[in-house]
Design a protein around this ligand. Structure first.
Ligand code: AKG
Ligand code: FE2
Length: 227
């Protein structure tokens, strides 16, 4: 009989800020299921680079699953129920991903989470995300659940204004960061990805952010059922 060995054991929740909880290594035990779920989505809606308002391309390649997908074009940022590349609905959120996001939110103290959108980011060396807030969702009470896979990155955790001091937080394979409540609208970003080799993802980092884009959050609700 062999016992499972995990190179990144899950650690107790760590409070990063008021409302922000880091679950180190939380997703590592199910890494194969995470990678398979992302690949199944990407097979239906490929990672692509999007253009930002103003016209510059984002360096991170993106796709989505769920009822709504975050999209950017030369005019604006928005959520769309269809993939602008194909006109088809975004792939359904795999039940595994939904259940894990609900469980991670719960572990961070947020009951009643029911994400209807998952933005999937693929970073290759040099790709970065400048400081921003996640503000295109209808309900700013619902937390963001962010799952990191593959190469490590330096995540930038700021405050409620662009001028707030920024902390550098390493995010590793399997880490899950949940932010809501008082810091739901905190500025955050990702430094340019350093080159490296990950045993599952090679020279890539994947990040998944679960959101309640259109649905309203009721933290007093019973835990949401998988769909
Ligand atoms: O890649 C990350 O860790 C953060 C992603 C992010 O901030 C976003 O998708 O809005
Ligand atoms: Fe973000």
């Amino acid at each position: 009989m062999s016992l499972p060995l995990f190179d990144t054991p899950a650690l107790p929740p760590h409070t990063l800020d008021d409302g922000a909880v880091l679950l180190r290594g939380w997703a590592a035990a199910q890494e194969d299921a995470w990678v398979a779920a992302v690949r199944s989505v990407a097979a239906q809606a490929a990672f692509r680079t999007m253009v930002r308002p103003g016209g510059a391309a984002l360096s991170v390649a993106m796709t989505n699953c769920g009822d709504w997908g975050w999209v950017s074009d030369a005019q604006r940022y928005s959520y769309s129920s269809t993939d602008p590349r194909t006109g088809l609905p975004w792939p359904a959120m795999p039940a595994f991903m939904f259940e894990q996001a609900v469980a991670a939110a719960q572990a961070a103290g947020y009951g009643g989470y029911a994400p209807d959108a998952c933005l999937m980011n693929r970073y290759q060396p040099g790709a970065r995300l400048t400081l921003h807030r996640d503000e295109d969702e209808m309900d700013w009470h619902a937390p963001i659940v962010s799952v990191s896979l593959g190469l490590p990155c330096t995540f930038l955790w700021g405050g409620l204004t662009r001028q707030s001091p920024v902390r550098r937080v390493p995010l590793m394979h399997g880490d899950v960061l949940v932010w809501g409540g008082a810091t739901r609208m905190a500025y955050h970003g990702v430094n340019p990805l350093k080159d490296g080799r990950h045993h599952l993802l090679g020279a890539e980092r994947w990040n998944l952010t679960f959101r309640m884009a259109k649905r309203y959050y009721d933290s007093g609700a019973a835990p949401a059922a998988a769909h």
